[in-house]
Ligand binder design. Structure first.
Ligand code: SF4
Ligand code: F3S
Length: 106
């Protein structure tokens, strides 16, 4: 499956949800995750993310391996999102900031 990684935190553009044919994106307060049990590896979402936060499970950036488990865990807790919504007003300021995991809201 594909995995949403750290750079989505506080950016949350949600362009990704519009293209997913199996509606497997789940929304939290400031982050989205992919349900690995539903993702069919179609690859459509990966280029849609303006901040390049989506990767195949086998190609997650070094140091972000924990996001594989985090997607699986949070997908069970958060509701599905299928329609794009506006990102946070300060999303641009958070693109590429390091160590954003500490800001993840559950
Ligand atoms: Fe959805 Fe395809 Fe992305 Fe998987 S790879 S989350 S099925 S759009
Ligand atoms: Fe996050 Fe990118 Fe989707 S910022 S909400 S993974 S478009």
């Amino acid at each position: 499956p594909f995995v949403v990684t750290e750079n989505c935190i506080k950016c949350k553009h949600t362009d990704c949800v519009e293209v997913c044919p199996v509606d497997c994106f789940h929304e939290g307060p400031n982050f989205l995750v992919i349900d690995p049990d539903e993702c069919i590896d179609c690859t459509l979402c990966e280029p849609e993310c303006p901040v390049n936060a989506i990767f195949p499970e086998d190609d997650v950036p070094a140091g972000q391996e924990k996001f594989v488990e985090l997607n699986a865990e949070l997908a069970k807790a958060w509701p599905v999102l299928t329609v794009r919504k506006d990102p946070p007003a300060d999303a641009g300021e958070w693109d590429g900031k390091p160590d954003k995991l500490q800001y993840l809201e559950r």
